[in-house]
Write a protein that binds this ligand. Structure first.
Ligand code: BGC
Length: 758
């Protein structure tokens, strides 16, 4: 097919054809214009596998789709803290997309886990924007290197499923800028995703699909986005307003409704022609971008070995996604001796929960079970026996099943208990209401732990579950998240020591739901949710309130041990020069006897700030893989943004001069190394006015001098500044108000003179 000439097409298209192009052709395709040789391209959900629907179409994961490799969803992938692994998954996805003729994969989702209850948390990476941004970046780059586009979603502030289409996220700009937007910003500025998908919800009252500030001012104006903005499926309410705001493609199309509205608005002049042409141009450019792969489609299709290769990758990813939360007395890895029995208890061991429900649901090419994989891997002479222990469709304990499991456990050397959230507990479309495992599973754990002291709990869940009520009953806990189609193999590799756990929590496990910073205002009511905790999301909130947690953000054990050397910090450039670069080099040594990986984490603390800042924030990390006894140097880089906050007063990022502490360690609460850094930076204080407070005047060198000068000449001498207690009491009052009192040497006339002299 000859390359598309976008300009010529724009010239030749009729208004009707243009109106049709800013809507999809059907559920999964852009519109074609055969008259001008313009083909349609196909999009499909992802991104932990493809959901390519050849026939019946829906956006809820109900209809069937072609088989594709189901990799661990984002919650699991994120726990690897491994951009290289995420990139490998991205390359595999692109390969499968090309095979199936899909031009754009609808993902990744980079929404922040504001609450552990969000039903879609399994599709999102983290409670931390830096981690989410880096991993999504790796995914987007890799998929697009494969000639397939991505759709960075759901832009923006879509952090719950309850009432997701109508709810307005009421969130201040600083919180948006520091928490909810940076992952989008990182991917857009560094990788130019082919498309960005707007979210369903409203942001501060305006639907994201019709939000000019989000879709145009910030996304394009500030971040330089060059691709196409597509709606989430059904997110458009006013097609003309959406076009004007910067929403290019509406999916799925509301044929006869949206195109009519566009044509009418064009005719009446309510919709400027340039605005329609802008949207059409972006659709044409997207098709042109996809064209080379479209032309290739079918030529390298269905490489049979890819299915095996991708399954092996999915297995490696499943193992990398798991986080070892507890391992008393090195219970893991298991080293079962011939003649012993390994009891595998739990319905998930034969009926695994490996992905979430909804639009991302993949029809896997095959599915491993834990039981089969353990049977295949244990040394000869070891018997592996299974009891279900509970039913997946019943939350209440089944006495007979519990008794059977207890009897099996009694005779076994070790019990592996496969617990987790049943599919009905979490999904796209609704939020959870609590963090607990079903009573049937807790009863089983108690009964088994009463007769055995070697109990390993393996968890399958898409978002955190509460551990604090039962963790003491288990010797080891391995959080496997939703591990994808090879979750059984990945878990078996870890249990038997063929792989070493290296995953780290990408979200805090709180002691109880009530401790979560969003608890008081999630999921909101009356179509409104107030993000009252501001920037104190996830560990930022737990740390600031000094709350104990079950397991902190960034935490995860290994079968080996590591030592971190003292960080060496090198600073070049400056904040004022716009070229500040801080490099932190940390030597990591594997001090144990097995190969394994450690994640060096660097958090920045602003010691004194004029706004309430989190105690520390993750700003860089590096994953280091080492053999026993090996050392390597992790290099972590920071720029000025790592020290900044979003100043609402200045309307920009700001670094405040002063001390910063760089904390280095292996979780947000295990940061043994601290290096203090002094940064010079231009003042970020706004210019002094009559409305500035006494404290603000005193904090400013020239302001203080002026005040001292005028108040010194007050009758009695010294005026308002001589009494320190008085200054404390009145310090937050604007000078204008104090001048109104006409006391202590300060009145309106003096203030006017002072302002003139400033
Ligand atoms: C989801 C999107 C998805 C789309 C298409 C929507 O319901 O929110 O994430 O890409 O459907 O299936």
């Amino acid at each position: 097919m000859p390359a598309l000439d976008v300009d010529a097409l724009l010239r030749d298209l009729t208004d009707q054809e243009k109106a049709s192009l800013v809507l999809g052709g059907d559920f999964w395709h852009t519109a074609a214009v055969p008259r001008l040789g313009l083909p349609a391209i196909m999009v499909a959900d992802g991104p932990h596998g493809l959901r390519m629907q050849p026939a019946e179409s829906d956006h809820a994961g109900i209809g069937g789709s072609l088989p594709a490799t189901c990799f661990p969803p984002a919650a699991g992938l994120a726990s690897s803290w491994d951009p290289e692994l995420v990139a490998e998954v991205g390359h595999a996805l692109a390969h499968e997309a090309r095979e199936q003729g899909v031009s754009v994969v609808l993902g990744p989702g980079v929404n922040i886990k504001r609450s552990p209850l969000c039903g879609r948390n399994f599709e999102y990476f983290s409670e931390d924007p830096h981690l989410a941004g880096e991993l999504a970046l790796a995914m987007v780059r890799a998929v697009q290197e494969g000639g397939v586009g991505t759709s960075l979603k759901h832009y923006a502030a879509n952090n719950q499923e309850d009432d997701r289409v109508r709810v307005s996220a009421e969130v201040d700009e600083r919180t948006l800028r520091e928490i909810y937007l940076p992952a989008f910003e990182r991917v857009v500025t560094a990788a130019q995703p082919w498309t960005v998908m707007c979210s369903y919800n409203r942001v501060n009252g305006v639907h994201a699909s019709q939000h000019p500030w989000l879709l145009t001012e910030v996304l394009r104006g500030e971040w330089g986005f060059e691709g196409l903005v597509v709606s989430d499926w059904g997110a458009v309410h006013d097609r003309v307003a959406a076009l004007a705001a910067g929403l290019d493609l509406e999916m799925p199309p509301q044929h006869g409704h949206s195109d009519t509205a566009v044509l009418e608005a064009l005719a009446s002049g309510a919709l400027p022609r340039e605005v329609l042409d802008r949207g059409v141009r972006r659709v044409l450019e997207l098709v042109a971008r996809a064209q080379p792969t479209l032309d290739e489609h079918g030529s390298d299709a269905s490489e049979p070995q890819a299915v095996d290769r991708h399954h092996a990758l999915a297995r490696r990813a499943a193992a990398a996604a798991a986080v070892l939360l507890k391992n008393d007395g090195d219970l893991l890895p298991l080293e079962p001796a011939a003649g012993t029995t390994l009891a595998v208890v739990g319905a998930f061991a034969t009926d695994p929960r490996y992905q979430g429900a909804g639009s991302s649901q993949v029809a896997p090419t095959r599915v491993d079970t834990l039981l089969d994989e353990l049977v295949a891997l244990v040394p000869e002479g070891v018997e592996v026996r299974h009891a279900a222990g509970f039913r997946l469709d019943d939350e209440q304990p089944d006495t007979a099943l519990v008794q059977e499991a207890v009897a099996l456990a009694r005779d076994a050397d070790t019990v592996v208990l496969s617990l987790g959230l049943p599919a009905a507990a979490e999904s796209e479309g609704f939020d959870r209401t609590h963090l607990d495992l079903p009573p049937a599973q807790l009863a089983l754990l108690e009964a088994v732990a009463a007769v055995h002291d070697r109990v390993v709990v393996l968890l399958s869940n898409g978002s955190v579950v509460r551990l604090s009520t039962w963790e003491h009953l288990a010797g080891a806990v391995l959080e496997c998240w939703l591990g994808g189609q090879a979750s059984g193999g990945g878990a078996a590799d870890l249990l038997l020591g063929r792989a070493t756990p290296g995953g780290k929590l990408a979200e805090t496990v709180p002691l109880r739901l009530e401790d979560n910073p969003s608890y008081l205002s999630f999921p909101g009511d009356s179509q409104r949710v107030v993000y009252g905790e501001g920037v104190f999301v996830g560990y930022r909130g737990y740390d600031h309130r000094d709350q104990e947690v079950s397991h902190p953000f960034g935490f995860g054990l290994s079968y080996t041990t590591f030592a971190l050397g003292r960080p060496a910090v090198e600073v070049t450039g400056s904040v004022a020069g716009g070229d500040l670069a801080v490099e932190v080099a940390v030597e990591v040594t594997n001090t144990g006897s097995r190969p394994g990986a450690e994640v060096v984490q660097l958090y920045v603390e602003d010691v004194e700030a004029s706004v309430a800042r989190p105690d520390r924030e993750l700003r860089a990390f590096a994953r280091v893989h080492l053999g026993p006894g090996e050392s390597a140097t992790a290099r972590l880089r920071l720029d000025a943004r790592a020290f900044s906050f979003w100043s609402e007063v200045l309307g920009r990022w700001a670094v405040e001069a002063g001390e910063f502490v760089l904390r280095v360690g292996t979780s947000s609460r295990d940061l043994p190394h601290a290096e203090t850094l002094h940064l010079d930076a231009p003042s970020v204080a706004p210019p002094l006015t009559g409305w500035s407070s006494l404290h603000e005047w005193l904090a400013d060198e020239r302001g203080r001098a002026l005040l001292e000068e005028v108040t010194a000449s007050a009758p009695g001498g010294g005026g308002i500044l001589t009494d320190a207690q008085m200054v404390t009491v009145i310090g937050s009052m604007p000078l204008e108000t104090l001048a109104g009192f006409g006391q202590g040497g300060l009145d309106h006339a003096t203030l006017v003179t002072m302002l003139e002299r400033l």
